[in-house]
Write a protein that binds this ligand. Structure first.
Ligand SMILES: *Cc1c(COP(=O)(O)O)cnc(C)c1O
Length: 380
C-alpha cells in the first residue's frame, strides 16, 4: 500500500510482450520492418486517415509537418499558449516564430481568437505558414467552430494530437482534422512505445516527403547521395511491436481512465469550487480521458494546487500542475501572444490527478483519502 502512485505510467501486459518477442526473433531489429508497416496501417485506420509514418517521437512528427507547410525563418506559426513545450519547440526547429493564442475554459485553444490572430498577422503582411491546434489532455478542439475558416485564409492546419489518440469530435477521430497530425507514444501518454510518434495525413506526397526527410534525405542513387539536410526520425521495429500490442488494448485503457475520472468526480461532487476540465464543459464521452484535470476556485477553496501537490507528494502520490502557458515561459518571453488570461488562470488553479489505466480502485481511494480533506477547508 505504501507504493508510490504515479500520474500516468506505462501500462504494459503480456500482449505487448508477445509482439516484442516476435519482433526480436524475426531479425528485424532496425528502424524499419513488418511491425512498423503494420503499426502504421493500424494507426491510420484507427484515426481515419489514409496514411501514417512511424517516427521516433511526436515532436519529430510535428517538425516534419511544419517543414512540409513551409515553416521557416520568414514565417510565423500560430499555436495555443496552453500546451507542452514540444509543440513550440517543433516550431522553433524550423526557424519560424511562434505566435501564441489563449485558451477557453476547457483549456483548448480559443478558436475565435485563433482565427482573429491569423487575420491580424496576415493584415500586417506576415506569412502564416501554419496553424497548429493542440487536442489538450485527451480532448479534441472545437473543430466544428473552426470549420473551414483556415481554408478561406489559405493557412494549413497541423493538429497536435499527441495527447488525444482515441478521442473524437462529433464522432470523427482526433488526428484526422489537420492536413497533417502528430501522435505521441511517449511513456506517459494514453498508449506508449516507450518513446515514439506518428505523422498522420491523407496526403501521400506529404508522407512520402516526410519519410524521405526522416531517413537522412537519401536520394534514390546506388550510393549515398544527398541534396538536402535530413533527419534520423524513424521508429524502430521493436518499438512498433510494442505499439501494436498497446493499440490492441487502447479501448480498454481509455475505458479504465474514464472510470477513474468518474471515481474522482463522484467522490468530489459535493465540494464547491472543484471543476473537472473537459467533463464540466460537456462532451466527456468523446475524450480519451488521458489525464483527469481539476481546477480549484480560489474564492471557494482555501488551498491551492502547489500546496495540494506537496501534501499528495508527502503521501506518496504524484500530481502535477497543468502545462505552464508558453507565453509565461522565459524562453518565449519575447514571443507574440494573444491572451485573455484564461490559460494563466487555468495554470494557477489547475492540477492533474493520477490517471494511469493501471491504477486500481484502492489506489484511487488512497488518492481521494488524502485529496478530499485538503479541498474541504473553506476559503476565508
Ligand atoms: C507529449 C507531447 C508532445 C511530444 O511528443 P513526444 O513523443 O514526447 O515528442 C507534443 N505535444 C504535446 C501536446 C504533448 O503532450
Amino acid at each position: 500500500m505504501s507504493d508510490r502512485i504515479f500520474l500516468s505510467r506505462a501500462h504494459v501486459t503480456d500482449v505487448e510482450e508477445k509482439y516484442v518477442l516476435e519482433a526480436l526473433r524475426s531479425g528485424w531489429v532496425a528502424p524499419l520492418g513488418p511491425m512498423v508497416d503494420r503499426f502504421e496501417r493500424e494507426i491510420a485506420e484507427r484515426c481515419g486517415v489514409s496514411g501514417a509514418l512511424a517516427l521516433s517521437s511526436g515532436t519529430a512528427a510535428l517538425h516534419l509537418a511544419l517543414l512540409d507547410a513551409g515553416a521557416g525563418p520568414d514565417s510565423v506559426v500560430v499555436l495555443p499558449t496552453m500546451t507542452f513545450a514540444a509543440s513550440a519547440n517543433a516550431v522553433a526547429y524550423t526557424g519560424a516564430a511562434p505566435v501564441f493564442v489563449d485558451a477557453t475554459d476547457d483549456a483548448n485553444v480559443d478558436i475565435d481568437l485563433l482565427v482573429e490572430t491569423v487575420r491580424t498577422l496576415q493584415g500586417e503582411g506576415r506569412t502564416v505558414a501554419a496553424v497548429m491546434t493542440v487536442d489538450l489532455f485527451g480532448r479534441a478542439c472545437d473543430y466544428t467552430a473552426l470549420g473551414t475558416q483556415l481554408d478561406a485564409l489559405d493557412v494549413p492546419l497541423i493538429e497536435d494530437a499527441a495527447e488525444a489518440l482515441g478521442a473524437t469530435h462529433h464522432g470523427r477521430p482526433a488526428g484526422s482534422f489537420g492536413r497533417a497530425a502528430a501522435l505521441s507514444f511517449n511513456g506517459n501518454k494514453i498508449m506508449t512505445t516507450s518513446g515514439g510518434g506518428m505523422l498522420l495525413s491523407n496526403d501521400t506526397d506529404l508522407l512520402d516527403r516526410a519519410r524521405y526527410l526522416s531517413t537522412q534525405a537519401r536520394q534514390p542513387a546506388p550510393w549515398y547521395e544527398h541534396t538536402e539536410i535530413g533527419y534520423n526520425y524513424r521508429m524502430s521495429n521493436i518499438l512498433a511491436a510494442l505499439g501494436i500490442g498497446q493499440l490492441e488494448r487502447l479501448d480498454s485503457m481509455i475505458a479504465r481512465r474514464r472510470d477513474i475520472r468518474d471515481l474522482y468526480a463522484g467522490a468530489l461532487a459535493d465540494i464547491d469550487g472543484v471543476s473537472f476540465l473537459g467533463r464540466d464543459q460537456g462532451g466527456d464521452a468523446e475524450d480519451n480521458h488521458w489525464l483527469t484535470c481539476i481546477t480549484l476556485d480560489p474564492k471557494l477553496i482555501a488551498t491551492d494546487p502547489t500546496t495540494v501537490m506537496a501534501a499528495l507528494d508527502a503521501a506518496g502520490i504524484e500530481a502535477r500542475h497543468l502545462w505552464k502557458p508558453m507565453h509565461l515561459q522565459p524562453i518565449h518571453a519575447s514571443a507574440r501572444a494573444a491572451t485573455t488570461g484564461t490559460a494563466e488562470r487555468l495554470f494557477r488553479t489547475g492540477l492533474t490527478l493520477p490517471s494511469g489505466s493501471e491504477l486500481t480502485d484502492p489506489q484511487i481511494d488512497r488518492v481521494l483519502g488524502t485529496l478530499a480533506p485538503l479541498l474541504q477547508g473553506q476559503a476565508t
